[in-house]
Design a protein around this ligand. Structure first.
Ligand code: GTP
Ligand code: MG
Length: 468
């Protein structure tokens, strides 16, 4: 087996059923797109419109029920013959009016045709992958693009859909294949006379050097992959502070809506409340928590609830990527010790109720940036948002670039690849080193879906919605 035979791509699956689905969003809309893919797509187009439009040209057509000839709608139809389509199969599209009854009627007419069935979630993209139209990382990029809620997520996803990750791993793969080929040459020709610079020991040294370089590069990406994963899921931020300092008011001000209950009764918030925010393009999940207060609470029926609320607040702060520690600006001379104890390298400090004092507080506390705000009047809130966005950017992007590896699956493959390369360096014989190189290639190939495909496919394509 030569090095290039290691990665077997999956072969196109022949003679599959023709699938159809609403590919645009559900609900009323001006236009809705119904898509079909498979060998029966052309026949369905003719059955419903009596016509076969020229390839890739939007054509106005009357869409009729093939059984009774009753008109369903009038719209545009598109025909993409295989292999020049998204899935690589014959694809047809109906651009209909997006009314519920129109779609119900069109979908049921399609459902009654023999050989056609509704698509499963992600099935169109899976067929595109099976037919070599996308590699696995590009398919993931497509899923991320559909799910992207913020600018930074969109940029990352379009990058991945464009094949950036595939190109990077392909480059590593090519270098590994070359290293493996050289190593195997030293095994095959060890006993023959070779020129000095082609002597087995010189080749082995060069191979070792290349492997060391690769380990260095891959390790750097492993370190950065956590940021990529966070960019997909969003940065978690917990607001903590003593009772009544205005944590819930701050959450509402950042969310620009009344999510959490605000009152002048200390201990209003008992449970953790979360909102998703788009912070200057970065996805953030912001959590409001119960106020922290020292001492043993009075023994009454509320004490247990209060204690549980504080326990959850602390757990939330510990689990969060970033904490916003809120202090009442009027108590700056004696900041709340429980809140102070939570200030660490992942904290932004907020002095709230600026409207109740004459001047702003210091711009640092405990070595961390501090912002004076009034959740009530909105003063200082823009500065706070900028400070939070800066912290988010630091934790989500790599020197302004989009991180490339965005899933635990990617990180796992990179870790395995690097580990196999380390073993190859330590292997006592060239034969064993070659085996480790093959294992590292396998791990790398998994990212683009070149090897061990079946086990991950179902997981990945399940994330898609129907019609994609
Ligand atoms: N003047 C002024 N009052 C504020 C400000 N922020 C909050 N408040 C008031 O402070 C009180 C407490 O606000 P909350 O937002 O409920 O405080 P909290 O920290 O969530 O309180 P707990 O949930 O009980 O821990 C309310 O009466 C708010 O209207 C502010 O910037 N200025
Ligand atoms: Mg509250």
């Amino acid at each position: 087996m030569g090095p290039d035979d290691i990665a077997g791509t999956s072969s196109p699956v022949a003679a599959r059923e023709t699938i159809f689905a609403l590919s645009s969003g559900p609900g009323r809309a001006g236009v809705a797109v119904v898509r079909l893919s498979g060998a029966g797509a052309g026949a369905a187009l003719i059955a419903l419109t009596g016509d076969m439009p020229p390839p890739r040209q939007a054509t106005l057509a009357r869409v009729c029920d093939p059984v009774d000839g009753g008109i369903i709608d009038q719209g545009l139809i598109l025909w993409f013959p295989a292999p020049g389509s998204f899935t690589g199969e014959d694809v047809a599209e109906f651009h209909l009016h997006g009314g519920r009854a129109v779609l119900a009627s069109a979908l049921s007419a399609l459902g009654r045709m023999p050989g056609l069935r509704p698509a499963e979630p992600g099935e169109f993209t899976r067929r595109a992958f099976d037919n070599g139209k996308l590699d696995l990382s590009e398919a993931e990029g497509l899923a991320d693009l559909i799910d992207a809620e913020t600018e930074a997520q969109r940029r990352q996803a379009i990058n991945q859909l464009g094949g950036a990750l595939g190109r990077l791993t392909e480059g590593w793969r090519a270098r590994l294949v070359a290293a493996l080929a050289h190593l195997e040459a030293t095994i095959d020709f060890a006993d023959e006379d070779l020129a000095p610079d082609a002597a087995p020991s010189a080749i082995v040294d060069a191979v070792r050097h290349n492997i060391l370089c690769l380990i260095g590069e891959i390790t750097q990406y492993i370190d950065e992959s956590r940021r990529g994963e966070r960019l997909r899921t969003g940065l978690t931020v917990a607001i903590v502070g003593a009772p009544n300092v205005g944590k819930s008011s701050l959450l509402n001000a950042l969310a620009r809506r009344d999510v959490a209950i605000v009152s002048d009764v200390a201990g209003t918030t008992r449970d953790v409340i979360e909102v998703r925010l788009d912070l200057e393009g970065y996805p953030v999940t912001l959590a409001d928590t119960a106020g922290l207060h020292g001492g043993t609470p009075a023994v009454d029926r509320h004490a247990a609830v209060e204690a549980e609320g504080m326990r959850r607040a602390r757990a939330q702060a510990a689990a969060a990527d970033l904490t916003v520690a809120v202090f009442d600006i009027r108590q700056l001379h004696q900041p709340d010790p429980d809140t102070l104890a939570l200030v660490d390298t992942d904290t932004v400090v907020v002095f709230n109720k600026l409207d109740l004092t004459a001047g702003e507080g210091p711009d640092h506390l405990g070595g961390r940036p501090a912002v004076s705000v009034s959740a009530k009047t909105g003063a200082g809130m823009a500065t706070l948002e900028t400070a939070l966005a800066r912290e988010a950017a630091e934790r989500l992007s790599v020197s302004g670039e989009s991180p490339l590896f965005t899933r635990a699956r990617h990180r796992q493959a990179l870790v395995e690849c690097a580990a196999a390369l380390e073993r190859a360096l330590e292997a006592p014989m060239a034969e064993l080193a070659a085996e480790d190189l093959r294992l590292s290639l396998r791990a790398l190939g998994r990212i683009a879906g070149r090897v061990d495909v079946e086990e991950v496919l179902d997981v990945i394509f399940r994330e898609f919605c129907i019609g994609k």
